[in-house]
Design a protein around this ligand. Structure first.
Ligand code: HAM
Length: 442
C-alpha cells in the first residue's frame, strides 16, 4: 500500500456525535432494579386474583376506535383528546387502548362468554395509552392491572371487587390506603339528577372554567370532579346524587357499604366522585394511598365501579358487571419509596474462572454442563485477571471456584477450589457436575 507522507495526510475531522434518539415523550423504560418491584406487584396481584377465582385474559393493544367512542364515551377527556388513533393501510380506524375494560367487554361478547357459567371473572395486565400531559404518575404509555366480574348484579360482588383491590394493596405492602366511594345511580335516577344539576350549574355558568361550560350540556356530572379551584367551589354547593338515587340504586349502595363494614374496609363517602369514563352505573370507587406527600394527595392508585350498561351498549345482551384497575407505575412508585428491599441477593454455588483464550473456550463448555442442572453458576467471561474474577466470585458468595488455566485447558480438567477452606482438587471436565455436587454436599 503506498504510504502517504505525513504532510499530505488529510486532516482528520472530529467525528460528529450522532444525536441519541430518546424514548417518546411520556413513555419510559422499566429497568432491572424496578423490575423487582414490578414482579413483586404483579406476582402478588395475579396470585390474589387466582385465589379469588379469576382467570387471566389478554386482549389486543389495538382496538377499533369505535369501541372506545361507544364504550368510554364521546364526551370524555380520554376520547376527546387523549387517544392515540390512526388509520391502518386497509383504512380501518383503530386506537391504542386507553384502558382495559372496553376490550374485555368486547371479548366477552365476541367469544360468547354469556354462555359460560356466570359470573365470569377475568383479570388482565398490560400497556395502556393516553395522550395526557406527562408528569410524575401520569404517562402516555402506562400499565394497568385490572379485574372484571361480568354477569352478576349483586352488591356483594361490588364489595368483593373492592375487597380484592384492597387485599392486593395489603399484600403488596401498601397498607395505608383509603377507599373513596360513591353511587352515581342508574339511567333512571341519573336522568332526573342530571336535570337538577344542569339547572344548578346554569345559574352559576359565569363561575365555571371553559371546559366545564362546554361539558355542561352533554355531561353535567363531569363538572363535579373538575379540579379547577373556582369549579370546585361551585361543585361544593351542587345537589348530590346520593340524595337523588331511585329506591333500587339506594338499596344497592346501602348494601355495598354494609358488606364493606362487615369486611372492615374503611371507606370515605365522596359525593363528587363521578369518574372520568361514561360507562359507570351505581357504585364507583377510587383507591388512594394515604400519606402527606403531594403525590398521594393528587393521584389515585386505582379506580373502578359497576358498569351495568356497557355489555348492552357494545352489542351484547344486557349484562351487569363491575371491576377495577390500578396503574402499575403509580403503585411501583409508591412501593419504591417504601424501601422493601425486594432486590434478591445474588448468590452462586459455583463461579467459573479462566486464564487465557483457550481456557475461556473450555470454560464455556463447563458452563454449558452446569447451566442445565440445579447448581447455580456465575462467570465473568469478559475478564482476564484471576484476581478480579475471584473478587466477583466472593461477591456472589460462591462456594466453589472452578479455575481453568492453560494447563487445565489442554488436559481437559478444571481446578475446583473450596472458597472457604482454600482446598483445591483437580477434576476432569466430564465429571464436573458429579464432583461439584459432592463438594457442595460436604
Ligand atoms: P381509570 O381511573 O381511568 O379507570 O384508570 C385506572 C388507573 O390507571 C388510575 O387510577 C391510575 O392509577 C392509572 N392511570 C390512568 N391514567 C394514567 C396515566 N396517564 N399514567 C399513569 N397511570 C394512569 C379505568 O381505566 C377503568 N378501566 C377502571 C375499571 C375497570 N373500571 C371498571 N373496571
Amino acid at each position: 500500500m503506498p504510504r502517504v507522507k505525513k504532510e499530505e495526510q488529510p486532516e482528520k475531522k472530529p467525528r460528529k456525535k450522532t444525536k441519541p434518539i430518546q424514548a417518546v415523550k411520556g413513555m419510559k423504560d422499566i429497568l432491572p432494579p424496578e423490575q423487582y418491584v414490578w414482579d413483586h406487584i404483579l406476582e402478588n396481584s395475579r396470585k390474589m386474583c387466582q385465589d379469588f377465582g379469576f382467570g387471566r385474559i389478554e386482549t389486543p393493544i389495538v382496538e377499533n376506535t369505535e369501541l372506545f367512542k361507544r364504550g368510554v364515551g364521546q364526551v370524555t377527556d380520554i376520547v376527546e383528546k387523549e387517544m392515540f388513533s390512526f388509520e391502518t393501510q386497509g383504512g380501518d380506524k383503530v386506537s391504542l387502548r386507553p384502558e382495559g375494560t372496553a376490550g374485555v367487554v368486547r371479548s366477552y361478547i365476541e367469544n360468547g362468554m354469556s354462555r359460560w357459567s356466570q359470573p365470569v371473572r377475568l383479570y388482565y395486565e398490560g400497556s395502556m395509552f393516553r395522550y395526557d400531559k406527562p408528569q410524575q404518575g401520569r404517562y402516555r404509555e402506562f400499565h394497568q392491572f385490572g379485574a372484571e366480574v361480568l354477569g352478576e348484579d349483586s352488591p356483594a360482588i361490588d364489595a368483593q371487587v373492592i375487597y380484592l383491590a384492597w387485599k392486593i394493596f395489603q399484600k403488596i405492602g401498601i397498607k395505608d390506603v383509603s377507599v373513596q366511594i360513591n353511587s352515581i345511580g342508574c339511567a333512571t335516577c341519573r336522568a332526573k339528577y342530571k336535570k337538577l344539576l344542569t339547572d344548578y350549574y346554569d345559574m352559576k355558568i359565569n363561575k365555571l372554567c371553559v371546559d366545564c361550560k362546554r361539558r355542561l350540556e352533554k355531561n353535567p356530572m363531569r363538572l363535579l370532579d373538575c379540579k379547577e379551584d373556582k369549579c370546585m367551589q361551585v361543585a361544593a354547593g351542587a345537589p348530590q346524587i346520593i340524595d337523588n338515587l331511585c329506591p333500587d340504586c339506594h338499596d344497592h349502595f346501602k348494601s355495598v357499604l354494609e358488606f364493606l363494614d362487615e369486611l372492615e374496609i374503611s371507606y370515605v363517602l365522596n359525593s363528587n366522585l363521578v369518574r372520568g369514563l361514561d360507562y359507570y352505573t351505581k357504585t364507583v370507587f377510587e383507591i388512594w394511598a394515604e400519606g402527606d406527600d403531594s403525590e398521594s394527595r393528587q393521584t389515585a392508585l386505582g379506580g373502578g365501579g359497576r358498569y351495568d350498561g356497557l355489555v348492552g351498549l357494545l352489542g351484547g345482551e344486557e349484562t351487569p358487571a363491575v371491576g377495577f384497575s390500578f396503574g402499575t407505575e403509580r403503585v411501583a412508585e409508591k412501593v419504591m419509596k417504601m424501601n422493601l428491599n425486594l432486590e434478591p441477593k445474588i448468590t452462586k454455588d459455583v463461579f467459573l474462572v479462566q486464564l487465557g483464550d483457550l481456557a475461556r473456550r473450555k470454560v464455556m463448555k463447563v458452563f454449558d454442563k452446569l447451566i442445565d442442572t440445579d447448581i447455580t453458576v456465575g462467570e465473568s467471561f469478559g475478564r482476564g485477571s484471576i484476581k478480579s474474577q475471584l473478587r466477583t466470585a466472593n461477591k456472589v458468595r460462591a462456594k466453589i471456584a472452578l479455575i481453568v488455566g492453560q494447563k487445565e485447558a489442554l488436559d481437559g480438567t478444571v481446578i475446583a477450589r473450596d472458597m472457604k477452606s482454600g482446598m483445591q482438587e483437580t477434576v476432569i471436565v466430564e465429571d464436573v457436575v458429579k464432583e461439584v455436587r459432592r463438594m457442595l454436599r460436604k
